[in-house]
Structures are given as structure tokens and as C-alpha cells.
Design a protein around this ligand. Structure first.
Ligand code: NAD
Length: 304
């Protein structure tokens, strides 16, 4: 039996969820729901499924759902889907408050439902290829900057962009943050548009994370420094370089892993977790950990 999946919210990103589910083996894209009728109907027609203007109507047709509505609506939509017994993939950030995230984690646990959060950069082939090159990180630097596109401005850049890097840094360093310093500014919106955070971890590792939606160019890069080598990941080109000492010079190994669409890998993983009832790589718990730090950074930026 194919797994019946519905997509709630088919705007910029949700249409890609719908496209991928319509192509995945063993999955049937049952329906899409979107408050914008012309948008919803267009996507339903394109991918050959039912359309509903209101998401509760879609639930009886589905075993699982992707929630790709604006971040401020994640909690209200996800709690209703979980309460209806559906497995849920909710886009990042999980919610806008820790209380809301706790509520979703609790509901998923109570109903024995899968709760996965869309931290798609975890499925970037470059990052996955780098994993075997990272042994004992001492310092991690991450940058995610892009020109202003007007998207994601219902939340601060810390929740929209930096959350990806906070989650990745936590997964690499595997230690508790003990000190955080941050700076940032509201420039084009009434939310934080640019932020830089310095995080010190219990195990002595440090991280410097930059996020901006005000840049001239687009750059998404991670660098991990450790004794005798450093590893650089280019998220856009899915490329990894490892630099290390060789004699009196510097050598560099370049890895170009097979190009794969991170979102497709993430959705395949969700389907697998639903079928095997396994814990997702980024469940509500990991997503809440990243959210907690993103909110602390936002608060620090706001205190002046
Ligand atoms: P968007 O505004 O383009 O699309 C949101 C859609 O949801 C719209 O079509 C809107 O009509 C619909 N909608 C709003 N409220 C609804 C409701 N109650 N019921 C049904 N439909 C509703 O936004 P977007 O850029 O696609 O972002 C959506 C989410 O995806 C956000 O949480 C964002 O953070 C996340 N996102 C994640 C990534 C990533 O890299 N993982 C990238 C982009 C966006």
C-alpha cells in the first residue's frame, strides 16, 4: 500500500514537497491544502491530487503530512495534525517559542507519532561527505548570507537562516553551550536581519556563526578547524575540501560527492521513518535545542 501524504502550504517551498512526493516510489500524494485557492488549485492540478482550501479537510485522506506554512502557524497546524493521529514533517524552525515546541514533542510522544523537522541542510551531500573528515573539532565557523529576497521575514534571521547552522554546529560539537555572545541589527525589516553569534561549549570547542539577509552575494559555508587539518564545506556546490600539513607545505583533498537534492533526501528519510517507525535525524528534540539557542541569540541582539 502506498503511503498517503498531504502537503499543507504549497507556496515557495511547499510546491517542492508536493513535486517530490508525487515522484517518490511507494508514496501517493493524496492532497494539498493552501489558504490561497488559486495557488493550491494550480499545484494540485500540476501534480494530480486533490485540493482543499482548509487543511483539516485533507487529514482523513492522509497517513502523514508535510507542513510548509509560515513559521508562525507551525504550532497550530502541527498540533491538530498530530492530534488527528498523523505523522508530521514540519518545516524549520519547528515553532516560534520553546513552549510550542514542547507541546508538539509531548503530543507526538503521547500519540506515538513521528515528528520530523525540516532541517534539510543535514542532507546536504557536502556535509555528509565531510562527516568522516571531522575528528575533534576545536573551532567551527559557519556563514549563511544572501541578498534580501523578502521571504521568511515573519521571523528574525536567527530563526529563518541561522537555525540551520545552529543545528549543524550542535550535531558536530556534541556538547552543551555554556556561553553565548551575539550582535546583530534590524535594517530592512522590523526583525533582526543580520546576526553574528559566538558560542562556547562545555568541551572547550567554540563556534562563530553568521547569518544575514542583507548581503550582496550568496554564500553558505562551514569550516571546521582541528589539530593538523581543517575541513571546508560549500553547501551550495556540495563540495568539501580538507587542508592539512604535508612536509613544509599544505595539501588539499577535494571531495565532490554525487549531487543529490537535499529536500528529496530529507523527504525520503521521512517516508522511511514513518514506515519503520524510527526516530528522525532531526526530531522535535534536536529542533527545539536549535530553537532555544536561536531565541537566546535573538534576545541578546535585541538588548541594547
Ligand atoms: P510561502 O509564504 O511561500 O508559502 C506558505 C504557503 O502557506 C502560502 O501559499 C500560504 O497561502 C499558505 N498558508 C498560510 N497559512 C495557511 C494555513 N493555515 N493553511 C493552509 N495554507 C496556509 O512560505 P515559504 O517560503 O514556502 O516558507 C514556508 C515554511 O518553510 C516556513 O516555515 C519556512 O521557514 C520554511 N522554509 C524552509 C526552508 C529550508 O531550507 N528548509 C526554505 C524555505 C522555507
Amino acid at each position: 500500500m502506498p503511503l498517503r501524504i498531504g502537503v499543507i502550504g504549497v507556496g515557495y517551498l511547499g510546491r517542492h514537497h508536493a513535486r517530490i512526493y508525487s515522484e517518490l516510489e511507494g508514496v501517493s500524494l493524496a492532497a494539498v491544502a493552501d489558504a490561497d485557492q488559486s495557488r493550491g488549485k494550480e499545484i494540485a492540478e500540476q501534480y494530480g491530487c486533490k485540493y482543499f482550501p482548509s487543511y483539516p479537510e485533507l487529514l482523513p485522506l492522509c497517513d502523514a503530512v508535510s507542513i510548509v506554512t509560515p513559521t508562525t502557524t507551525h504550532h497550530a497546524v502541527a498540533i491538530e495534525c498530530l492530534a488527528a493521529g498523523k505523522d508530521v514533517l514540519v518545516e524549520k524552525p519547528i515553532t516560534v517559542t520553546i513552549e510550542e515546541a514542547d507541546d508538539l514533542i509531548e503530543e507526538a510522544k503521547k500519540r506515538a507519532r513521528i515528528l520530523q523537522v525540516g532541517h534539510l541542510e543535514r542532507y546536504n551531500p557536502g556535509l555528509l561527505a565531510a562527516a568522516g573528515m571531522i575528528q575533534k573539532p576545536h573551532f567551527v565557523e559557519s556563514e549563511r548570507i544572501s541578498p534580501f529576497l523578502g521571504r521568511g521575514t515573519d521571523v528574525d534571521v536567527t530563526l529563518d537562516l541561522m537555525i540551520h547552522d545552529i543545528d549543524i554546529v550542535l550535531s558536530i560539537i556534541q556538547s552543551e553551550p555554556v556561553e553565548i555572545r551575539a550582535i546583530g541589527e534590524r535594517v530592512l525589516t522590523d526583525k533582526v536581519d543580520v546576526a553574528k553569534a559566538w558560542i562556547e561549549f562545555e568541551n572547550g570547542c567554540k563556534a562563530l556563526i553568521t547569518a544575514s539577509r542583507l548581503a550582496q552575494e550568496k554564500l553558505r559555508r562551514l569550516r571546521v578547524f582541528q589539530r593538523d587539518s581543517f575541513v571546508s564545506v560549500d553547501y551550495q556546490n556540495h563540495e568539501v575540501r580538507r587542508y592539512y600539513k604535508e612536509g613544509s607545505g599544505i595539501a588539499c583533498d577535494v571531495a565532490n560527492p554525487e549531487k543529490k537534492e537535499p529536500l528529496k533526501e530529507e523527504l525520503k528519510d521521512f517516508v522511511q521513518c514513518v514506515r519503520t517507525r524510527s526516530r528522525p535525524k532531526v526530531s522535535g528534540v534536536e529542533a527545539r535545542d536549535a530553537l532555544r539557542i536561536a531565541l537566546r541569540i535573538t534576545e541578546m541582539v535585541d538588548v541594547r
